[in-house]
Design a protein around this ligand. Structure first.
Ligand SMILES: O=C(O)CCC(=O)C(=O)O
Ligand SMILES: [Fe+2]
Length: 318
């Protein structure tokens, strides 16, 4: 009999919120909210992101990363701080680390009908793999819709109006990132696939990575493996939401460790969607989250200012 490891994060079904009755919706709000408050991570099924779309995008992403590096580097976008197009191996590092992560990635941003909005850089089109951007843009939309539903539940949990986040995330600055961790060919000096960090954005939605390695740090400081099942996506709170809620919702430290030596030849691909609001959203601490035991921990800042500060710290912006 197969031995199933105990789950490290709770599992919730988003369709009980998007399609359920009042009692089911209330139960979902409580489950999601307490997971974000206690752990900062949750597994979600019933998220409405089509499996075929994920699978097809994986195939296209693999084809992209298999291109020669000179070809991939054509898709580096000067001045976009890695927020669009390709970022080569060895560039990004966690904010406290001097050593770059063992990864390369490609980021897709918002495609607005109105191209005159200067907050948005254009996405480069990858001519060698035309499906890549087409599927990536579709997946972006699906993640956006699913993330909006999760934030509606979180707004209710925080005692806000259900549509509170919608005004900030419609036409927002979200990023779909395809990450390739190549096979490891020699003992890494000290770097791991992704050094421990917290995400910058409101929430992150991550679809099933092609190999294990993702770990979160629990409140006791121990590293715990996250092993998503089947069509489960992993959601975590980012620093913007933690800041806005005065640390009531937790942006939990996580990392991707290197596999054991016998699996070094296996690459790893993963697809996080970083849900960002529009740059003018104020991340000022919500008054309802300030209490006697939880005094105001942060000064007012906008999402745009905060993002800028963080991109400098991780080596993507000069
Ligand atoms: O590759 C993964 O599974 C997670 C990557 C991650 O945490 C990130 O890019 O922020
Ligand atoms: Fe992350």
């Amino acid at each position: 009999m197969a031995v199933t490891a105990p789950r490290t994060i709770p599992l919730v079904d988003l369709s009980t919120f998007t399609k359920g009755d009042e009692a089911q919706r209330k139960a979902f709000v409580e489950q999601l909210g307490s997971a974000f408050h206690n752990i900062g991570f949750v597994g979600v099924t019933g998220h409405g992101i089509p499996k075929d779309l994920i699978d097809d995008f994986y195939v296209a992403a693999k084809q992209f990363f298999a291109l020669p590096v000179e070809v991939k580097r054509k898709y580096e976008v000067a001045g976009a701080a890695g927020q669009r197009g390709y970022t080569s191996f060895g560039k990004e590092h966690a904010k406290q680390s001097q050593v770059a992560d063992l990864k390369e990635f490609f980021q897709i941003g918002q495609e607005l009908a109105d191209k005159s909005d200067s907050a948005f850089e254009a996405n480069p089109q990858v001519s060698e793999v035309p499906e890549f951007m087409k599927l990536g843009t579709q997946l972006y939309r699906a993640f956006e819709a699913s993330g909006a539903s999760l934030l509606r539940a979180i707004a209710l949990y925080l005692g806000l109006e259900e549509g509170y986040f919608d005004q900030y995330i419609n036409d927002g600055m979200s990023i779909l990132r395809a990450i390739h961790y190549p096979p490891i060919t020699q003992e890494p000096a000290s770097a791991i696939r992704a050094e421990q960090h917290e995400d910058i954005n409101l929430i992150t939605l991550l679809v099933g990575a092609s190999a294990g390695g993702l770990q979160l740090q629990n409140t006791a400081g121990e590293w715990q493996e996250i092993v998503p099942e089947n069509d489960e996506i992993v959601i975590n709170v980012g620093d913007m939401l933690q800041r806005h809620t005065n640390n009531y919702l937790k942006s939990t430290t996580h990392r991707v460790v290197n596999p054991p030596r016998e699996q070094w030849h296996e690459p790893r691909l993963s697809i996080p969607f970083f849900l960002h609001p529009r740059p003018e959203m104020k991340l000022d601490v919500l008054p309802s989250t300030v209490t006697a035991d939880r005094p105001q921990a942060y000064e007012p800042i906008t999402a745009g200012e905060y993002l800028d500060e963080r991109l400098r710290e991780i080596g993507l912006k000069k």
